[in-house]
Design a protein around this ligand. Structure first.
Ligand code: COA
Ligand code: MG
Length: 306
């Protein structure tokens, strides 16, 4: 088996907004929001007696005006719950970009859904995302991420869910997430090994701007690709923190230029103003520039439509 992880997704996943499918007004609002992805939630945010209504809303919304430039993810209830099968049928009917599985404990949870998608001949680009939000999910993060290597599993992205994890473990919500950091890093390490993306957990206190800024900064430093969000007011901070900042972008351009210099031909390391830069930094730099281009293109497209 090759030891090199495949390249991570080149999609923007800085801001991943959860919208309860029960809330029509919030669904409509997603057209005008500047988030990279939208999770249409059928699970935790929808009361059991309103699941059918949520289905109707989502059907109407996703069959209407296309949601331009954003990944569309449907979060279903667990297959083992009374709602899981009907939610899966809705996924097959609506063909989003991804289906997000809650409370994933082991690779079999992913395989079961991958099989259903394959049996229904769903296109390969309908991906699977997994919530890592149970103690077993965290313990099994590596084998879950490795399952992404199995052809046909469609696994693309992990989303950490700390509300459930805190509930299951008794870890208290505290600034800095001191006792949760080892588990968060375990998830980041697992995705790093197998080339998936990891999205950091939601920040519940959506009026606390400073707290969100700190947590985004921390999530970025830990290596997350973006943050799951619950409110439109959180989008800007996530886009800023998880997007390439100007210093990093300038450096990326400098690295690309250094390796484009004919003097660097055949070299794996170059001297950039007294600092060693390796070819592996070149791939990173190109990835960053690619994401910056995606962001610029999004900005232009938004300007045209607003
Ligand atoms: N997506 C899209 N729009 C949203 C939104 C979301 N997640 N949350 C709020 N809005 C909209 C509201 O509809 C409102 O729109 P309006 O001004 O046109 O009426 C506007 O943003 C301001 O909302 P606000 O009044 O500040 O909050 P609220 O009381 O309407 O909603 C929550 C607060 C927490 C109930 C709501 O943000 C929410 O349901 N978030 C998602 C929860 C979720 O998905 N949980 C599961 C994952 S953990
Ligand atoms: Mg949850």
């Amino acid at each position: 088996m090759t030891r090199i992880a495949p390249p991570r997704s080149d999609r923007l996943r800085r801001s991943v907004l959860s919208v309860p499918a029960i809330n029509q007004r919030a669904l409509e609002k997603t057209h005008e929001l500047d988030c990279d992805a939208v999770i249409f939630d059928l699970e935790d945010s929808v009361a059991p007696d309103r699941k059918a209504e949520a289905h109707e809303n989502l059907k109407a919304f996703l069959s209407g005006k296309p949601l331009e430039g954003k990944e569309r993810i449907i979060r279903i209830n667990p297959l083992s719950s009374p709602f899981g099968r009907e939610d899966m049928q809705l996924v097959l009917d609506l063909v989003p970009d991804a289906v997000l599985l809650p409370k994933v404990d082991e690779p079999q949870d992913v395989m079961a859904v991958a099989d259903l998608l394959a049996e229904a001949d769903m296109p390969e680009d309908l991906r699977i995302w997994a919530m890592i939000e149970t103690p077993r999910g965290v313990l099994n993060a590596a084998s879950l991420a490795e399952a992404g290597r199995t052809p046909g599993t469609r696994l693309d992205c992990f989303v950490v869910g700390l509300n459930d994890l805190r509930k299951e473990t008794g870890v208290l919500p505290q600034p800095g997430r001191t006792y949760l950091v080892p588990w968060l890093m375990q998830v980041v390490l697992a995705v790093g090994a197998y080339g998936l993306d990891a999205i950091d957990s939601v920040f519940n206190d959506f009026k606390n701007v400073e707290g969100l800024e700190d947590e985004c900064e921390q999530g970025r430093a830990m290596g997350f690709a973006g943050k799951m969000l619950i409110h439109p007011a959180q989008i800007d901070a996530a886009n800023r923190h998880f997007g390439p900042d100007e210093v990093a972008l300038a450096e990326a351009h400098a690295i690309i230029a250094a390796f484009a210099d004919p003097a660097a031909e055949g070299l794996n390391v170059v001297n950039m103003n007294g600092r060693m830069v390796e070819r592996l930094h070149l791939a990173q730099a190109e990835g960053l520039v690619h994401k910056a281009r995606l962001i610029a293109a999004r900005r232009t497209a938004r300007r045209k439509t607003t």
